[in-house]
Write a protein that binds this ligand. Structure first.
Ligand code: UD1
Length: 422
């Protein structure tokens, strides 16, 4: 298993190109199942999660061709010949459940294994299932699989989510595009990835209004056609690399970065004393004077502070002046990076969903272990600022969501390398 070795302490200067969003791409890819005409995605990220979704779609009979070094995904679901998403693929990635709504909507039948994914809490899929049931699907759970049927096709309905779920909103939104009549999604997620999905579906002929607000209205159509769609920029990769100069010192321009995607996060950086400015090519981030200030952070659905940046923000606050309180409201078990950061000298007290971080002047390099995707990158960020060598093992988590981390940070002067099989 690969490790990443960082020799910390140096400031960073340079530019980092931000890739297309993993989480947008993982919902745009299953959208191909809604049509028998080709769907092409540009600006796709090159990640192992995308390869897992490719394998899943191919197992159903879809064609997925990766062009331009993986940045273009040309897909066709003309010849779907299997409506069962197998456990062996689905268990690798929770987002696999997103094939359920589209398959059911177009074929009236689907069997999908219940998913696995990052170990950050229970993460059930009950909201996905209830949403599809509201559209008339008949569901049965058998041997770890969801067996779904809609013999007469799905029918539009009002679907009121009891709380905000990104994945459930995506699954039901896709299914509703081919349902008969009108579907209204209430308490829908407002994430930029949902907006991106709605824009792509609309290009495919879907009739959708209200994406980006908490009420989305869909007028079902008989069929969808082909389209080409660029994947929105990855706001989580963006936020992660914005934290690199904030933690290590220096100045980095994140190419393709957009303020509207990370507004709540930038507000916290500003409070901490980090400067962020818009440039014609993206966002420039700098830490010019001394230590950052402690700030309190509560994770929330978009447009609030994203849970997917909580671990990385904690890495920054480990060396802030004062005590910061981080509250995690989305996932109940998402502080697994805290004990690892403590091995590097951080002072963190976790009580349930709240972590108090008392800033220390300097972290010290140590061997640490990645426990999930965002935790692993938070340890790399911490390593950039730590004195001496940090070795992050189990980086396969990292490769699910970040492409070319060593190259991107290395180009800005970080001393970071990947060691194969250490
Ligand atoms: C997506 C993102 C993930 C991000 C999360 C929250 C993808 C591929 N992943 O995950 O990176 O951290 O949004 O921004 O886009 N829940 C239920 N029942 C359900 C569905 C969710 O109880 O049927 C709970 C979850 O356990 C969690 C909360 O709802 O506590 C929010 O989860 P959700 O927004 O659905 O996250 P994902 O779509 O899985």
């Amino acid at each position: 298993m690969d490790s990443i070795v960082i020799n910390g302490g140096g400031a960073l200067h340079g530019e980092i190109p931000i890739a297309g969003a993993k989480n947008a791409c993982l919902t745009l890819m299953p959208a191909t199942l809604l049509s028998d005409e080709p769907l092409t995605l540009t600006n796709a990220p090159r990640l192992s999660d995308i390869r897992t979704m490719t394998t899943l779609l191919q197992s159903l009979g879809a064609e997925v061709t990766s062009l331009q070094h993986g940045q273009v995904l040309a897909m066709s679901s003309h010849d779907i010949n299997n409506l069962t998403a197998d456990y062996d693929i689905v268990r690798k990635m929770r987002a696999s459940i997103l094939v359920l709504g589209p398959m059911l909507a177009r074929h009236g039948h689907a069997v999908v294994s219940l998913p696995g994914g990052c170990a950050i809490g229970a993460r059930p899929v009950d909201l996905h299932l209830k949403g599809l049931e509201a559209l008339g699907a008949e569901l049965e759970l058998k041997d770890g699989y969801v067996h779904a049927q809609a013999p007469g096709g799905l029918k539009g309905a009002v679907v009121a989510f009891p709380f905000v779920s990104v994945g459930a909103t995506e699954n039901v939104l896709m299914a509703a595009t081919l349902a008969k009549g009108t579907t209204v999604l209430k308490n829908a997620a407002r994430e930029p990835e949902i907006v991106d999905l709605a824009q792509c579906l609309r290009q495919m002929g879907a009739q959708i209004e209200g994406e980006g607000t908490n009420t989305i209205t869909v007028q079902g159509v008989d069929s969808l056609h082909g389209a080409t769609h660029p994947v929105v920029v990855d706001r989580i990769e963006l936020g992660t690399y914005m934290l690199a100069p904030a933690i290590a010192g220096g100045e980095v321009e994140c190419l393709g970065g957009r303020l509207d995607l990370v507004a709540a996060f930038v507000e916290k950086l500003d409070e901490a004393g980090i400067s962020v400015e818009e440039t014609p090519r993206g966002l420039r981030v700098a830490r010019r004077n001394g230590r950052v200030r402690a700030v309190d952070v509560t994770t929330e659905p978009f447009p609030g502070f994203p849970t997917d940046l909580q671990a990385q923000m904690m890495a920054l606050l480990c060396t802030a002046e004062g005590t910061s309180v981080l509250e995690e409201t989305i996932f109940e078990n998402r502080f697994m990076h805290a004990p690892e950061l403590m091995r590097m000298g951080a002072r963190i007290d976790v009580q349930g969903g709240t972590a108090s971080v008392s800033g220390v002047e300097r972290l010290k390099g140590a061997p640490v272990m990645a426990t999930d995707l965002r935790a692993s990158v938070s340890l790399i960020l911490a390593g950039l600022a730590a004195e001496g060598e940090t070795v992050v093992s189990r980086v396969y988590h990292l490769d699910r969501g970040y492409e070319k981390v060593e190259e991107k940070l290395g180009a800005c002067g970080a001393r970071i390398e990947r060691i194969k099989d250490r």
